[in-house]
Design a protein around this ligand. Structure first.
Ligand SMILES: NC(=O)c1ccc[n+]([C@@H]2O[C@H](COP(=O)([O-])OP(=O)(O)OC[C@H]3O[C@@H](n4cnc5c(N)ncnc54)[C@H](O)[C@@H]3O)[C@@H](O)[C@H]2O)c1
Length: 298
């Protein structure tokens, strides 16, 4: 099937081993040739970054990517084994890292996670609200209350619980960056994903509400809307709806799906000083998909 050819293309792009990155240290700038697992720069040195759902997929790429720029990481996931594996990779890069098992849809577990993090690191500079579950792929009339609650609980309540728990410290210190991962499903509806679409629209609304209230405390809240990203979430969707998945890929103006690292780059931009004046921004990392008038293919 067409989509799997696209995955292969993406894989070969991901397997590029070498890159040139800018290394900034003590106000000196130089270029260093590096491979995929080494420290690239010190842009986030001394910063503590908490990424929810970072045991796999986009969250994992974001956590590793911050670590490669010298940040200390809190690797949260509901799956502790996955979180531990990512934390171990980060330690190899040479940064501090703490894996924490917590279900972000559970208020008490989020409070405990943040207390634990503050005990270890004293503060959180960057929060990435990434954890979410994919759509169950049912028509609206067949979604039951429990399935609805899981989607809203993880994507929307989780973003609220984590932002509130972490934001209090950021407000006190008058400094912080919060990056919410929504989706193109937060801007328009895909079929058979009403619970996901509703949760992701909510994440965009919450981003705006937080940005409006917290900008005056120098806490910047912004949002990323990824398009199609090569992770287990999209692969599961593609297995269930191969025709819809193929059409979605065909409608990407860039002609390929995103890698998790593409999203990680946008997250680092929003966490950096370069984005100090951004608040309530919705950044599509979608290869131009949202810009294309619906019904058209290239
Ligand atoms: N993959 C895509 O095409 C795509 C597109 C648009 C948006 N997104 C969004 O990007 C984010 C990451 O998606 P992904 O594709 O990497 O998914 P993924 O399924 O690969 O990873 C999600 C991670 O979150 C963890 N998780 C799930 N529920 C949790 C909970 N309650 N508490 C803590 N951790 C939990 C999972 O164990 C998993 O490790 C999600 O918010 C998703 O909606 C993904």
């Amino acid at each position: 099937m067409g989509i799997f050819i696209s995955f292969e293309t993406t894989k070969s792009l991901c397997s590029l081993k070498e890159c040139y990155v800018q290394l900034t240290s003590n106000c000196e700038t130089e270029f260093e040739k590096c491979d995929g697992m080494k420290l690239n720069s010190h842009r986030f040195k001394g910063k503590v970054v908490l990424v929810t759902g970072s045991g796999s997929g986009i969250g994992k790429a974001i956590a590793l990517s911050f670590a490669k720029e010298s940040a200390d990481l809190v690797v949260n996931d509901i799956d502790f084994e996955l979180a531990c594996e990512v934390a171990a990779e980060i330690e190899k890069i040479g940064c501090r890292s703490v894996p924490i098992k917590a279900d972000v849809s559970d208020f008490a577990q989020v409070q405990k996670m943040v207390r634990h993090t503050l005990g270890d690191f004293q503060r959180i500079d960057v929060l990435v609200n990434n954890a979410c579950v994919g759509s169950i792929g049912l028509p609206v009339e067949e979604i039951d209350a429990q399935q609805w609650n899981v989607a809203i609980g993880t994507c929307l309540n989780g973003t609220f619980f984590c932002s509130q728990a972490v934001g209090k410290g950021m407000i006190k210190r008058k400094s912080g960056k919060i990056i919410n991962i929504s989706s193109l499903g937060g801007l328009a509806a895909a079929p058979f994903a009403a619970e996901y679409t509703s949760a992701k629209h909510g994440v965009i609304g919450l981003t705006k509400a937080l940005a409006v209230e917290w900008s005056r405390y120098n806490v910047n809240v912004n949002c990323i809307c990824p398009g199609v990203v090569d992770t287990s979430m999209f692969r599961a969707y593609a297995r269930k709806f191969p025709d819809l998945a193929r059409d979605r890929i065909r409608a990407i103006p860039k002609g390929k799906i995103a890698t998790p690292e593409d999203v990680a780059k946008a997250a680092k931009f929003l966490a950096s000083n370069e984005a100090d004046y951004l608040a309530g921004a919705i950044l599509c990392v979608d290869g131009g998909s949202f810009a294309l008038l619906s019904g058209y293919f290239l």
